[in-house]
Write a protein that binds this ligand. Sequence first.
Ligand SMILES: CCCCCCCCCCCCC[C@@H](O)CC(=O)SCCNC(=O)CCNC(=O)[C@H](O)C(C)(C)COP(=O)(O)OP(=O)(O)OC[C@H]1O[C@@H](n2cnc3c(N)ncnc32)[C@H](O)[C@@H]1OP(=O)(O)O
Length: 246
Amino acid sequence: MASSEEDGAGGGGSLEEKEKGRKRRLGALATAWLIGYNIAMTAGWLVLAIAMARFYMQKGTYKGLYKTIQKTLKFFQTFAVLEVVHCAVGIVHTSVLVTGVQVSSRIFMVWFITHSIKQIQNEESVILFLVVWTVTEITRYSFYTFNLLNHLPYFIKWARYNFFIILYPAGVAGELLTIYAALPYVKKTGIFSLRLPNKYNVSFDYYYFLIIVMASYIPLFPQLYFHMLWQRRKVLHGEVIVEKDD
Ligand SMILES: CCCCCCCCCCCCC[C@@H](O)CC(=O)SCCNC(=O)CCNC(=O)[C@H](O)C(C)(C)COP(=O)(O)OP(=O)(O)OC[C@H]1O[C@@H](n2cnc3c(N)ncnc32)[C@H](O)[C@@H]1OP(=O)(O)O
């Protein structure tokens, strides 16, 4: 995470002093930006949670829920791309690779599955991953916000590093079942597929691509899960674990 205190080599030469001052300002600016970003994201996912609860209480069914909340979901999930940028520019000290896999798989689910294949929008599996993502993100972004403000309630810290134990597999199940439900429609409509002959002389079958995506959860998901288990040990039990940089 960005810090407003930067290590200096000491010395006090005027160039070094200026450089230290510049770094401190950058640190303060980055922290202010992250606080704003995390507050906006917490608020966005809270709005989504309230909209889902209201819909279910008013209609007594989850059918049509996705259609009602889709704009908010697309906006805030797409906005999460900035998390990869935060790691890449170094204002958040975590792995670009781990964050990139997490964010790209979510964006893929939102835009290339649920948004594009309308027939599956009322599947129970969609509601499953929506509820799981919402609980996760409210906890996660409020954790970052309070942490940056140096006022982190223990129950938020506890929730951040315990909820995922159940929520991660549940979210993955929701995502995989949704992709699986989409397969027949993808095959029937040929959506996003490119058949030969065409002027580029290239063929692409989205149906098989989706099967590869589903298979890629097998090696990738355990890495994310173990990453979170390591973070949990570090944060809740104070264990120092040396992780390889990507
Ligand atoms: C093109 C097609 C692609 C298809 C790919 C298919 C493969 C898919 C396989 C993957 C499956 C994923 C499924 C997933 O979508 C399912 C779910 O999410 S279900 C819900 C449960 N999920 C979770 O609980 C995980 C949620 N995600 C995350 O937590 C993060 O994304 C993750 C990158 C996994 C977390 O890692 P991170 O290292 O960031 O953990 P920490 O929270 O402990 O943070 C470490 C330090 O960084 C600071 N930090 C991070 N972000 C911020 C921020 N926004 N603001 C401020 N600070 C931040 C944090 O405070 C820590 O700092 P420090 O150590 O100094 O305290």
